[in-house]
Design a protein around this ligand. Structure first.
Ligand SMILES: [Zn+2]
Ligand SMILES: [Zn+2]
Length: 100
């Protein structure tokens, strides 16, 4: 087995998504009505910071969620090129996929 990278496996993502959905159904995690980035009232997706913390999510509309993943990829590339560390607190984001 190759050593684990910072990328979560499909299984880890599936488990985290399932646990989160269960928690929302139980009422243990409250899902807001509005996107936590732009405030739009629409269907929200959970963005995981870390799949070992399934309830530590940011609720985003689809366009903010896509944008965040795009920004993160661009930051990673430019940071690698410049040899800098990301200054924002979201550098632990690992999920390349859109979660429900
Ligand atoms: Zn939004
Ligand atoms: Zn995400």
């Amino acid at each position: 087995m190759p050593k684990a990278t910072s990328n979560a496996t499909a299984e880890q993502r599936a488990v985290a998504g399932k646990r989160l959905r269960n928690a929302v159904q139980r009422g243990a995690v409250s899902k807001p009505a509005r996107c936590e980035s732009c405030g739009q009232e629409t269907t929200l997706q959970a963005h995981h910071f870390d799949y070992t913390l399934p309830y530590d999510v940011l609720w985003l509309c689809m366009s903010c969620h896509k944008r965040i993943h795009r920004i993160r990829r661009e930051e990673q590339m430019s940071n690698e090129a410049a040899g800098l560390n990301a200054s924002n607190s979201y550098q632990g984001w690992t999920d390349p996929d859109i979660d429900e």
